[in-house]
Design a protein around this ligand. Structure first.
Ligand SMILES: Cc1ncc(COP(=O)(O)O)c(C=O)c1O
Length: 286
């Protein structure tokens, strides 16, 4: 029987039995980095890209990866096999390690490596058919959102506020009105045959799904450009979407009270999603 499992510092075990000491710096300081990888038909999608990003995140926060990328790949593949679900989400987290609570970590700390392997539940089809609404929310995150750290309290608060107000999610916006991204997804808009993405930089995670749009969009008859996007621009765009590992390409039909385009998922976003799913299928040997 498939089951949710964990891997903790060298050992696979049932997820409910995995324990990390209370003085782990991930728990006390959010001192760690992570990745989320989609598995379909038992195969990980873009595993290498995720492991490279994990390596970069760890290096940017000066946490030595406890295993080589080759070993991490083997652990991921073995975990997927043991968990046994066709569709899974693999979570990888590396924290700086366990030590008495001092801001300055002791030298040569051993990082804590945790993975979980759970069944993946896709979003309800209704959200793709009807599109979702986003609430703009002040960009209160730090200036290194390009690093995938476990420091996600601003994202949690923004998501809670959005859901409290009846929205699907929040869209982070700078004081100038410039849009960065959602709490757990890249944001983009479509004008005629052009996908417009906010330029990458310290405010935005280099999303792997987003990076694949450069390959996928031409197959949907679209080109991709990077340009700063402001909330005021949304009145003039035809379509908008979120892009992430778990959402693929999800239509956005309203931001606050601003209806996007026709207020329904548009044809270009639908083609982009279809082209993305075809690409995923092709990569996993479907
Ligand atoms: C803040 C943020 N931006 C963007 C993304 C999308 O990244 P990816 O496409 O690599 O899943 C995520 C994914 O969780 C995220 O947390």
């Amino acid at each position: 029987m498939p089951q949710a499992i964990a891997y903790l510092n060298g050992r696979f075990l049932p997820i409910n039995e995995a324990r990390v000491p209370i003085e782990d710096r991930g728990y006390q300081f959010a001192d760690g980095v992570y990745e989320v990888i989609l598995v379909q038909r038992g195969k990980p999608f873009r595993l290498h890209d995720h492991l490279k990003r994990l390596q970069r995140s760890a290096s940017e926060v000066r946490i030595p990866l406890p295993e080589s990328l080759e070993t991490l790949e083997q652990i991921v593949l073995e975990g997927i096999r043991r968990a046994g679900y066709e569709s899974q989400l693999v979570y990888i987290q590396v924290t700086r390690g366990v030590a008495p609570r001092e801001h300055l970590p002791p030298p040569h700390l051993k990082p804590t490596l945790v993975l979980t392997f759970r069944e993946f539940e896709p979003l309800p089809q209704r959200l793709y058919d009807e599109g979702v609404a986003l609430l703009t929310y002040p960009e209160i995150r730090w200036l290194r959102c390009d690093i995938k750290t476990i420091l996600l309290l601003p994202n949690v608060l923004a998501k809670m506020e959005a859901v409290d107000q009846g929205f699907f999610d929040a869209l982070f916006v700078l004081e100038s009105g410039e849009i960065t991204e959602s709490t757990a997804a890249a944001f983009g808009v479509i004008r005629r045959d052009t996908v417009v993405l906010p330029p990458l930089g310290p405010r935005i995670l280099p999303s792997i799904t987003r990076s694949l749009l450069y390959q996928v969009a031409p197959r949907a008859g679209l080109r991709v450009v990077e340009q700063p996007l402001f909330v005021r621009d949304l009145a003039q765009v035809d379509e908008a979407f979120l892009a992430s590992t778990t959402k693929h390409v999800l239509p956005v039909v309203r931001v606050d009270r601003q209806v996007i385009g026709s207020g329904k998922p548009g044809p270009a976003t639908r083609r982009l999603l279809e082209a993305f799913l075809a690409f995923l299928d092709q990569e996993l040997g479907g």
